[in-house]
Design a protein around this ligand. Structure first.
Ligand SMILES: NC(=O)c1ccc[n+]([C@@H]2O[C@H](COP(=O)([O-])OP(=O)(O)OC[C@H]3O[C@@H](n4cnc5c(N)ncnc54)[C@H](O)[C@@H]3O)[C@@H](O)[C@H]2O)c1
Length: 321
């Protein structure tokens, strides 16, 4: 239920995967949504029609004017493809650190009540403890270092200016609109697209790497809780399912759901990827949050989205060409 007084929220990265799903949910709950995205990666067609959309870089000085009257800011915009970030540490820090500081500063100037921002399970890259609790900070890649720096500035804004912040550490979020445009898309999108097209998906490495997958609607449930639950103030939370599946297991589950029987192509492993991710979600659970969407259900919803929006659309384009 929408608490009285909380009417306008802003979402940076609103044209991206999590941001666009969050905007849908916020609009459905009756909030007014100011959406910010420079469309460097996200696409306009993913921005829900009722969003008050501004195509603008999060580093722009006009940001504080856009946040005037906003109660809560969800800051999700980032450069977030780990391999792209490794190639370009300068741009990574410019967007993820400087851009985030500009969002925090603009939020302070606009007297925003609360900022909920995206960190990442990448902060645990160097930790061998699984399931990983929030205390295990060990960033290694430039992407993770940028998220760690963002975190330090967030702590500074809380300490020096009293800005109310909550940090969310997503593990592998999946669901409709999960990025399928990258050269190497996240495993689920990649497998589903290939199998629906009758092609053989690629598994990098042996397929034994394990990942903790959490459905986007579950993540959004906690976003909404952060808006009005004071117990989230000033804290960081893992958002994960608490269990992990190997890449090969995910492949086999998707094949079962699609009724296909195809052997994947195995290629050399991608560098710098963790052997296993698994989040300890006891902190979020202690506030009543629960990852509710199981893997089968979440995958079926992802398959339906990709079938309709990617595969069928491409086929229709090919016929009309
Ligand atoms: N998806 C996941 O599994 C996952 C896991 C851990 C952390 N995260 C974090 O969650 C957040 C959202 O992730 P996502 O999967 O929705 O990513 P996404 O790439 O789909 O969306 C990010 C959006 O930010 C926008 N953006 C990038 N640079 C910008 C800039 N300078 N100014 C304005 N907009 C800019 C892009 O155009 C894009 O629409 C990110 O901060 C990401 O690091 C995501």
């Amino acid at each position: 239920m929408r608490p009285s007084g909380t009417r306008t929220v802003a979402v940076t990265g609103v044209a991206g995967f999590i941001g666009s799903n969050l905007a849908d949910r916020l609009l459905a709950e009756g909030y007014r949504v100011v959406g910010i995205d420079d469309l460097s990666y996200g696409v306009l067609e993913q921005v829900p029609g009722d969003v008050d959309f501004h195509q603008i870089d999060i580093r722009a000085p006009q940001l504080s004017a856009l946040l005037r009257g906003v109660d809560v800011v969800f800051h999700l915009a980032a450069k977030n493809c780990i391999s792209d970030c490794q190639q370009d540490p300068l741009e990574t820090s410019s967007i993820n650190v400087l851009g985030s500081v500009n969002v925090f500063e603009a939020s302070r100037q606009a007297r925003v009540r609360k900022v909920v921002y995206a960190e990442s399970s990448a902060l645990y890259e160097g930790s061998a403890i699984v399931p990983t609790p929030e205390t295990e900070l060990a960033p290694e890649s430039f992407y993770a270092l940028s998220k760690m720096s963002e975190r330090l500035f967030a702590e500074g804004y809380a300490r020096h200016f009293g800005l109310n912040m909550t940090a969310l550490r997503y593990f592998c979020v999946y669901g409709p609109r999960q990025d399928y445009r990258r050269t190497i898309p996240p495993v689920m999108s990649a497998f589903i697209i290939h199998l629906l097209r009758g092609a053989r998906p690629t598994i990098y490495g042996s397929g034994a790497k394990k990942r903790d997958f959490v459905f986007v609607d579950d993540v959004n449930e906690f976003h909404l809780q952060c808006m009005h639950d004071g117990r989230t103030d000033g804290k960081a939370f893992n958002l994960a399912s608490g269990s992990s599946y190997s890449v090969r297991e995910v492949f086999d589950i998707i094949q079962r759901l699609l009724g296909t029987s195809v052997e994947p192509v195995y290629e050399a492993d991608l560098p710098g990827e963790a052997v296993q991710t698994c989040g300890d979600v006891s902190l979020a659970r202690s506030l009543g949050w629960e990852p509710r969407v199981g893997l089968d259900e979440g995958l079926l919803r992802s398959i339906a989205f990709i079938r309709e929006n990617v595969v069928d659309r491409d086929a229709a384009r090919a016929i009309s060409a």
